[in-house]
Design a protein around this ligand. Structure first.
Ligand SMILES: [Zn+2]
Length: 56
């Protein structure tokens, strides 16, 4: 079996990748491929302590 990222032989410790680096690269591709993480806040506007528009 070969590493799907770089084509080197797979390391059993990191299969199906050859190294942690390639595993991280693959993970990064998944992240940037439109997979949102459940529970991850899209933005934190509601927590902004300086957004005190009600005071005026
Ligand atoms: Zn690799």
């Amino acid at each position: 079996m070969k590493c799907p990222i770089c084509g080197k032989p797979t390391d059993p410790a990191f299969k199906p990748f050859c190294s942690k680096r390639c595993a991280d690269i693959d993970l990064g591709q998944w992240m940037s491929d439109g997979y949102a993480i459940p529970g991850e806040p899209a933005d934190q506007a509601d927590d902004n302590p300086y957004d005190n528009r009600n005071e005026e």
